[in-house]
Design a protein around this ligand. Structure first.
Ligand code: SF4
Ligand code: SF4
Length: 77
């Protein structure tokens, strides 16, 4: 699914993800899931379902891996 980049969206760096599911549980919009593709370190990385993100950053603050999640929020104006 093409992500609408005029809205907030998370980017998960699959290589850094340890598949702990904290972000999935923390997302109030249920728009993250554990994916089906195994990464180079042997974990099934979390992924964005493609829509629904409101940019709250709850996933970012609940992820124990420093570089696994970024939240992109479009500038206004
Ligand atoms: S920023 Fe908020 S709404 Fe968006 S994926 Fe993360 S927890 Fe979910
Ligand atoms: S909280 Fe971080 S390490 Fe855990 S599944 Fe989500 S992105 Fe991966």
């Amino acid at each position: 699914m093409e992500i609408d980049k005029t809205k907030p969206y998370p980017v998960i760096v699959a290589l850094e993800c340890k598949s702990c599911s904290r972000c999935v549980v923390a997302c109030p919009k249920q728009c993250l899931r554990i994916g089906k593709t195994i990464n180079e370190r042997g974990y099934f990385a979390a992924e964005y379902v493609g829509e629904g993100c409101v940019g709250c950053a709850s996933c970012f603050y609940n992820c124990p891996e420093p570089n696994a999640i970024q939240i992109h929020i479009p500038q206004r104006g």
